[in-house]
Write a protein that binds this ligand. Structure first.
Ligand code: GLA
Length: 736
């Protein structure tokens, strides 16, 4: 037995055991060199390698190539990484078109290495370590002996996070070119067992991340984006749960793809009841030519296991995302409260119109002014100027420096909006470089919001964008950038690639984008970068590596936001989600909600305001001032504490949401509870808290009432809501 701290290899049973205090992940090499999956779940202390793939002669399940054992079939074995063309008829992780045109490959075990820490992924975002003792990485090398292709399966297990990171590298050690038609980042096979379910997060623009919970029946469920980005329509995060799993109990396996392009998650149940989960780059429009000596690195998948429900799963995952995926100086710094002018003015602004908003923001204690879309080219609507990142001088008659100085002289920080991946036909950039845009020769490209996509897969296009942005960032003392992307990819064709490489364009786009983000975020480390894609169209763990926060939806309606933020918290840390108070009636839904409720929802993320502050009434200004002061007092707890989801409408309490924040030592807790529609005869329901210390006494700092930790968690609180729609209760407890 070779024993490392976190990974063991038992030479007798030929099994690998990855473990930390809470979890075990086990797989083994069988007599044919196939890597069989054995176990993923709670930590096993006494593992003797007994659990192996059972064998049986099953009709119509063919046998291992070149052998006669009728009881051995890849058609039903649980495997770590399945390939096409060797008798496994299920969805497989890899499909490779060999030089002879066949699609057969049979990857078998060659050797392994265990390294301390976690190596980075070439050109791709990934979870990292701060020192080598935090994690260990196992690299298992497989070979297809006929084609001389090798596969490396990478597994990292963290000591203090219940996370396993997986990715794959395919290397062409042959003399011939092959094509990758599909290369998933990971495959997870699970034995038949009860009725498993899958949670996915579908939606649309201004309607992101609904929660869909479905039984996994026979056949395949596909959760995917073919849009070239993560998409509003389907996030690249899924959860596998048991029927009984709740927020507080039961098994949950989270699968998060660290990638910002087209993705595909496949969840299936085979003829014998076993499950297979695949996640990776979408194979739609994907065909990657791999020449001799080249290799291909897949994005990474982060697997999270919890035996204690969805809240614990999210807490483990989000702990890692916040501290070992997000990077840069703002990772651990509390984020400023912003005023953004978008919903206040849209494109219709100039310096004279903005300065009163800035004055008001300062008076209310707001810390940063963000200048949104419309400051560049001659942009007065969405049909021009993308690609021309120079100041629209008529809007800043005293010069742009005068304006940014004005903001800074108020003691506020200054932020700006960019949409760097885009081009308008009406732009100097298009007039000079029409060939920079994604477009299929001899076809009319598809507009979306009147704009087109720059091919940032190409170096000269990236260089142009970089230089234009650098000029603005160098000139104006810019403290923050909002990086937007307001359409999806179409017209998939790159003018610099030959016909046989056009299947690489979508992924090359993402790699190019990452290269550009890496360069900008490295060279401008003092800028707080915020991601955005029409709100939540590119919320993913890949983007989080470059930008510690994102605008998660263009829907600022407080009631819709309850759902969007609740569901997004399954997969993303609160510190990564910005949320703004906007005007009532809301511009997306027309709903009227009280300022208190709008504030409570926005305070449950990274708080900001996005409305014309000069139009607030005096009493509204008082409420805003209180919110801003309160947020400054509690934002460390909110942004960096543990988030616990307590109630959502699907739990049978139709009309309610509640969640709370608790710090590491369970000394402080902040609870937000919302009632959506009013009842004439409200029921007397209790709200039970979580994550507190049963031995501590807590005081409600407003009412001074005292409670035991167990009392708050087990007996709970009776809640009274105001007789009105969209009301909120906030409770702030401190341990005595
Ligand atoms: C997108 C963003 C908005 C705003 C507009 C500007 O929709 O999500 O917040 O920046 O673009 O055009």
């Amino acid at each position: 037995m070779t024993t490392h701290n976190l990974i063991d290899f038992d030479a007798d049973t030929k099994s690998f055991h990855l473990h930390n205090a809470n979890i075990s992940y086990i797989f083994s090499i069988d007599e044919h060199g196939v890597i069989g999956h054995d176990y993923y779940g709670r930590r096993l202390n006494q593992y003797h390698g007994q659990l192996r793939n059972p064998q049986r002669d099953r009709g119509f399940s063919g046998n291992f190539p070149g052998t006669t054992d009728r009881t051995y079939s890849l058609d039903f074995f649980l495997q770590e990484y399945g390939s096409n063309g060797n008798g496994d008829y299920r969805n497989v992780a890899s499909v490779i078109r060999q030089a002879d045109g066949s699609r057969a490959a049979n990857f078998v075990y060659q050797d392994y290495e265990i390294v301390a820490g976690k190596p980075g992924l070439e050109g791709l975002p990934a979870a990292y370590v701060e020192n080598e003792n935090e994690a260990e990485t196992l690299q298992v090398h497989l070979v297809d002996r006929v084609s001389q292709l090798t596969l490396t399966l990478n597994y990292t297990i963290y000591r203090d996070f219940d996370i396993i990171a997986r990715s794959v590298v395919l290397t062409n050690a042959s003399q011939k070119t092959v094509n990758i038609e599909k290369l998933a980042s990971m495959q997870l096979d699970l034995p038949a067992q009860g009725g498993k379910q899958v949670l996915s997060f579908p939606g649309g623009h201004v309607n992101e991340r609904n929660l869909q919970r479905e039984n996994i029946g026979h056949g395949t469920k596909v959760f995917e984006s073919r849009r070239g980005t993560t998409s509003h329509q389907m996030n690249n995060f899924i959860v596998i749960v048991d029927q009984q799993t709740t927020e507080f109990s039961g098994e949950a396996i989270g699968v998060s793809l660290v990638y910002s392009g087209s993705h595909k998650e496949e969840v299936s149940k085979d003829q014998f009841g076993s499950y297979r989960i695949l996640s990776g780059i979408n194979d739609d429009q994907f065909d990657w030519q791999l020449d001799p000596k080249e290799h291909f690195q897949t994005p990474e998948v982060l697997l999270t296991y919890s035996a204690n429900g969805l809240n614990e799963m999210s807490d483990h995952l989000n702990g890692l995302l916040r501290t070992r995926v997000a990077r840069g100086q703002f990772r651990d710094e509390v984020r400023p409260i912003v005023i953004n002018n978008w919903e206040a003015t849209f494109w219709n602004f100039d310096e004279a119109k903005l300065t009163p908003i800035i004055d008001e923001a300062k008076a209310l204690g707001i810390e940063m002014f963000v200048l949104d879309d419309g400051w560049f080219g001659h942009r007065d609507s969405d049909n021009s100027s993308l690609g021309d990142w120079n100041i629209y001088e008529e809007k800043f008659p005293n010069g742009f420096q005068h304006f940014t100085d004005y903001v800074h002289n108020q003691g506020m920080q200054f932020g700006m909006w960019f949409e760097p991946e885009m081009i308008s036909i009406d732009s100097d950039l298009y007039r000079a470089h029409p060939e920079y845009m994604l477009k299929v020769p001899n076809r009319q490209p598809s507009p979306s919001r009147d704009q087109f996509v720059l091919d940032v897969g190409r170096q000269e296009v990236r260089d142009n964008v970089y230089e234009q942005m650098a000029k603005i960032l160098d000139g104006g003392k810019v403290d923050y950038v909002k990086w937007d992307m307001n359409r999806n990819l179409t017209d998939i064709y790159a003018v610099d690639l030959p016909a046989e490489r056009q299947g690489e364009v979508m992924h090359r786009y993402v790699l190019g984008l990452y290269a550009l983000l890496e360069k900008l975020t490295t060279n401008y480390p003092d800028v707080l970068w915020e991601g955005c894609s029409g709100g939540g169209g590119r919320i993913d763990t890949g983007f989080l590596y470059y930008m510690p926060q994102s605008w998660i939806s263009d829907n600022t309606d407080a009631v819709d936001r309850m759902r969007i933020q609740y569901n997004s918290s399954m997969a993303y840390p609160v510190s990564s989600m910005t949320s703004h108070v906007s005007v009532s009636p809301n511009q997306q839904t027309g709903r009227m909600t009280p300022m208190e409720t709008r504030g409570a929802v926005a305070m449950s993320g990274v708080l900001g305001y996005e409305l014309d502050l000069t139009e607030l009434t005096e009493s509204e200004k008082l409420v805003v001032k209180e919110q801003v002061n309160k947020y400054k007092e509690v934002r460390e707890l909110i942004q960096f504490g543990h988030f616990v989801r307590l109630i959502n409408p699907e739990m049978g309490l139709g009309n309610r949401y509640a969640w709370m924040f608790v710090d590491d030592t369970a000394d402080e807790a902040l609870v937000f509870s919302f009632k959506i529609l009013s009842d004439a005869q409200p029921e007397f329901s209790t709200l039970k808290l979580a994550g507190l210390d049963t031995n501590k006494t807590y005081q409600n700092i407003e009412t001074k009432a005292e409670y035991g930790g167990d009392e708050l968690m087990r007996a709970g609180l009776y809640e009274m809501f105001e007789q009105a729609d969209f009301t909120t209760n906030v409770y702030h407890f401190k341990a005595l």
